[in-house]
Design a protein around this ligand. Sequence first.
Ligand code: FMN
Length: 401
Amino acid sequence: MPSNLLVILSGSIAAYKACDVISRLVQRGHRVRTVATASARQFIGAATLEGLTGELVATDLFAEGSALDHIELARWADLILLCPATANTLNRAAAGLADDLAGALLLARDRNQPLLIAPAMNPAMWAHPATQAAVEKLQSWGARFIDVGAGRTACGEIGAGRLADPPEIVAAVEAALSPTGPRLRVLITSGGTAEPIDGVRVLTNLSTGRTGALLAAHFAQHGHHVTLARGRLAETAPPGVAEEVFTTFSDLDALLNRLLGGTRFDAVIHAAAVGDFSVEFADVPPGDVHPPAKIDSSTSRLLRLRPNPKLLDTLRSRSANHGIRLVAFKLTDHASADEIATEIQILRERARPDFIVHNDLADQRPGAEFPATIHPADGQPIACASRGELAASLERLLIPA
Ligand SMILES: Cc1cc2nc3c(=O)[nH]c(=O)nc-3n(C[C@H](O)[C@H](O)[C@H](O)COP(=O)(O)O)c2cc1C
């Protein structure tokens, strides 16, 4: 079905490939209008864009006679495609800057309208924490990213950052316009459990639930039905995601029974940091109620810990759908390649997950992306440089062939 498509080009050498994308979209019957940043105009002349689309190309926010273009163009479009998206434009959009036409449009658009972003840049620019943080922020606001390609970029460097191939971009545009692919019911667990020591203290961990929330946002934006079961202090569910909250291990245990037994989920992504121990017994004076409202801090008390069973091992058997696909997470601490392989093997034999997402604390830097590797039960590991890439890869892997 022909649609109104607004293509925003920013100043990347890959702008010539965006012309191929525009040409293909026009040939497929879509009406295309273009906005080019001042830098994009250094790469592509107005004549090319006008020749391809039959429409004037807009660049200037204050152009005489079209000062309200940013509102009108945003309303006209069924979908906005930002292609190629430079590091500069991504970072500016994530900051909500609106001092040029492209920025104003991205801010003025209706956030229910699909926004697809096809980045193109040098690998260092793509991997930079500023860019990755911008990607995450834009995703959390509903933007969908078309995966960058890896290989040799125009600047001669090798790595991830190339613009996706034009046919892939056209396919993503048309999929976003008429989402007909299989829809999954996905349960995602995230955040940490907390075990009460007394009425005011808990034994917990530092899990933020960011990865789980981001995965939930990605799946929901791609039309899947998502339930996020999150720890009480973890990041909350993004728009369009059903939310359940747990505190203790036994809360989560009961919640999983209810959710997995009641709904035929297609997949469970178990990203929660489940405490390995519950507090069995706080050493309180005889006669005190247990657990006490608050243990007196002037007296030394012993805690006795009870190991918790591994929830992961039981997810499939307690699920109404015995064919449910299971994604497990494994965090290691400065492990060698051999140690990682052993850990993955042990987890695989124990819980038989379909996929194990592994990451190591050595790769974690404050404020930076947390790269991960997906280990399928059969097949080669898939390296993901960012949480966004992890989400896109998991979606691809979980959708039945
Ligand atoms: C030859 C050349 C190629 C460039 N290619 C890219 C690119 O692929 N990706 C990118 O993020 N920036 C690239 N830049 C830098 C951007 O053009 C620059 O950051 C500019 O300010 C982007 O402006 P815009 O985002 O408003 O279009 C390139 C610059 C030059 C001179």
